[in-house]
Design a protein around this ligand. Sequence first.
Ligand SMILES: CSCCC(=O)C(=O)COP(=O)(O)O
Ligand SMILES: [Mg+2]
Length: 227
Amino acid sequence: MIRAIVTDIEGTTSSLRFVHEVLFPYSARHLEEFVLQHLREPAVREQLHETARLAELDPEDTPALIAQLLRWIAEDRKSPPLKLLQGMLWERGYREGAFQGHLYEDAAQLLRQWQRQGLRLYVYSSGSEQAQKLLFGYSSHGDLTPLFSVYFDTRVGAKREVASYRRIAQELGEAPGNILFLSDVKEELDAARAAGLHTTWLVREGALPAQPLHPVARDFHEVRLDA
Ligand SMILES: CSCCC(=O)C(=O)COP(=O)(O)O
Ligand SMILES: [Mg+2]
């Protein structure tokens, strides 16, 4: 019996286009200014040090670190220090009304309905916890943060690793068989299923896979909880 739903964001609750055409370009435009303005803040320094460690750069060479972070944005690398810095700098964009978090109508409707039915709702995204809370807090459907109990990010592990889903189940105190994971990425679903979770593959655009190895849904209305 499904008691908890863990959802991905990009391509699942929210459009790829919003992330790639609004959020990522905003972070690319504002990264240098943000880093230089907040260089002395421990939270920012820590992520610059982590960038230097991962990219084998001099931690004092700020221009090289900024260039590395900009390359990671262009490559859509889910690098934890980049994701944490993006969360920090998107805050201004949301607060100033430069954009709202995109949420599909069906996702907003069904998430509310599932919560009313007594299901526990969680997010698991490569975007940082702060970035996730901003997206749902300043969403096109209002503040949806009260819907979710926990926001998991890459601190629990990478989304294509089986161990990450085992850890999530453990942290939720739920048997994996009571959890449904929603995502648009097959490799994430494969990892979740290998950990014993139920899965549903959101295919919002394009042709449905010929022989899907996971239950498929075009939108949240088609997600089945009787797995
Ligand atoms: C939730 S923050 C914006 C999305 C983002 O930065 C990202 O990397 C999306 O990753 P996901 O795991 O939700 O596909
Ligand atoms: Mg996704």
